[in-house]
Design a protein. Sequence first.
Length: 176
Amino acid sequence: MGMQWYVLRVASGQEDRVRRGLETRVKSKALQERIPRILVPTETVSEIRSGKKRTVKRKIYPGYVLVEMDLDEPSWFLIRETPGVGDFIGAHGKPQPMSEDEVQKILGQAEKGEDKPKLDIQFKTGDAVKIKEGPFENYDGVVDEVDAKKGVVKVMITVFNRPTSVELGYWQVESI
């Protein structure tokens, strides 16, 4: 059958713990040839919290771990018996391998995520927001447009009873 990628369901937030547990068990049972890679795909995002910019790694698929393996009885049993592993993704309890296109897309996405952090903007068009800083501080408005590449949010506010569009950094507004 050869090496193929499979997806495991795990408890959300436990992905790294399960990955470490699997890696330890694979080494202890000397199954590195049958299970060479175990991945938790992540991306790097920039976010601003409390006025401070920080870069964090975020899981692309929370609750899932990817495993490259040659599926046979010993490797299947080792994975199924690892604490924290729910089950394989597949129909009727049979593990379903990922297609080559899916694998390339996910691996490419994970590698791309390592290169340059992307902004994590939590706002979308129509959200009610309050301006936290700048000349329009304490004004309430509605998000009109979000430009994630520039990190800019356009907000419609009312000034002198007229709707006015204001372009702000996404850290300058908060949801209300």
